[in-house]
Design a protein around this ligand. Structure first.
Ligand SMILES: [Mn+2]
Length: 257
């Protein structure tokens, strides 16, 4: 088993090192992660500039590769040949904030796993809500357990697992729940300021997102100290609405001359 480990917080992030160390129990690990923080960057493919890759080391001394590309670029670069050995699984994280509900479309952590799915290789995203007291050990251990299952059973094509681990010590975590995506409630507010020339500029500010703790959802089970494992698929088609849309009056008509 050869596992590619990446993240969206950058090569120096302690969550990356914790995840790589845990996954060495399961197989050989190659780390290829971005040089800087790409959190909330979505699914990126960098085509308009060259990408550099440098050999480096994590804080624990283990070898790693780093690039000026995005998290999803890391995965693509690895599959395109920057990593010569074939890769059996991609695991992304550990993100220091949960990726829940609609977050998955913004998340660099999750979209790195989605890039693996595009390459038809199992992809897993691991997130927690970091606090200094608990650290990354529970998320690393529980992420490893899911990765073991994926190694043994595989995943359907074009499917990724989005794992969110409660911010709690292992002994307080009740177990795993397979979930669906919940509803995030974003609390973004526009912050308008002026630059020294008097020209306005804007920040997207406001409080961190909350969410609706509905049962069976990622947000709902985390609120009760379960680990949430959501299987996501790249096919975003709304099959139910597709059926209803068949009634729409759409016709190629008119005199286009
Ligand atoms: Mn992040």
């Amino acid at each position: 088993m050869h596992i590619l480990v990446t993240n969206d917080d950058g090569i120096a992030a302690p969550g990356l090192q914790a995840l790589a160390a845990a996954l060495r129990e399961l197989g050989e690990v190659t780390v290829l992660a971005p040089e800087r923080n790409w959190s909330v960057s979505g699914h990126v493919k960098t085509l308009h500039r060259p990408l550099r890759v440098h050999a480096t080391a994590l804080a624990d001394g283990s070898p790693a590769l780093t690039t000026d590309g995005a998290p999803s670029d890391c995965v693509a670069l690895a599959f395109l040949g920057v990593v010569e050995r074939s890769i059996d699984m991609v695991v992304s994280g550990i993100n220091p904030h949960h990726n829940l509900g609609h977050d998955v479309t913004y998340s660099g952590t999750v979209t790195a796993a989605m890039e693996a799915a595009i390459w038809r290789i199992p992809g897993i995203a691991v997130s927690t809500e970091y606090g200094a007291e608990i650290g990354y050990a529970p998320a690393a251990e529980l992420g490893l357990q899911v990765a073991r299952q994926v190694a043994a059973r595989g995943l359907p094509t074009y499917t990724v697992l989005n794992i969110n681990v409660p911010a709690a010590p292992l002994e307080q975590i009740k177990g795993f729940k397979i979930t669906r995506q919940g509803m995030r409630v974003y609390q973004d507010e526009l912050v308008r300021r002026e630059d020294p020339q008097g020209e306005p500029y804007y920040w997207i500010g406001g409080d961190p997102p909350s969410g609706i703790a509905e049962s069976g959802t990622d947000i709902g089970v985390l609120a009760e100290n379960w680990v949430s494992v959501t299987p996501l698929q790249l096919d975003l088609t709304s099959y139910s609405f597709m059926e209803k849309m068949r009634d729409w009056e759409l016709e190629v008509t008119g005199d286009s001359g």
